[in-house]
Design a binder for this molecule. Structure first.
Ligand code: FES
Length: 159
């Protein structure tokens, strides 16, 4: 409750508190905690990581060591829709670079970045095992194959 207006004050750490309570006393639970926090917040905010470190009594530097070791963890906000563009060999040969450029131009951000409205993140990735469909991208769980730069607008319109 806000002291000056009596309104509801959002406690940013409340979701993390719930997660930590679930894992309390369970050894080796740092990774599941980080996964749950990321699911909740969409990424691993710096202040929430400070809170987690304090609560579970693990040095923040060690937590960041784990976060930066695993590609699954993200320290910056990510888009609601993740555009994964395969840049593996087969896709590269079939023009993945042009697909990356087309998404960058349409969205106004570079590969690896998120649009300011948090709608899209562009992520180049290695072979997704669908080389016969090269060049391939995935948007969330949807796969698009034999893509051309001209098709990029239509793909974005689906989200
Ligand atoms: S190289 Fe892109 S799917 Fe294999």
């Amino acid at each position: 409750m806000c002291e000056c207006c009596g309104g509801h004050v959002e406690n940013k750490f409340a979701p993390a508190e719930v997660i930590l309570a679930k894992y309390e006393g369970i050894k080796g639970s740092l990774i599941p905690i980080l996964q749950a926090v990321q699911d909740e917040y969409g990424y691993l905010p710096e202040d929430v990581m400070g809170y987690v470190a304090e609560e579970i009594d693990i040095p923040l530097s060690r937590i960041y060591g784990v976060i930066t070791f695993y590609a699954q963890f993200h320290l910056k906000p990510r888009g609601k829709n993740i555009i994964r563009i395969c840049v593996g060999t087969a896709c590269h040969v079939k023009g993945a670079g042009k697909i990356v450029t087309a998404f960058e131009e349409k969205l106004g951000v570079k590969a690896g970045e998120t649009t300011p409205d948090l709608k899209f993140t562009i992520e180049p990735i290695a072979c997704v095992g669908a080389c016969g469909l090269a060049p391939v991208i995935m948007v969330n769980h949807d796969t698009y194959g034999k893509l051309s730069p001209k098709m990029v607008r239509d793909v974005l319109d689906n989200y």
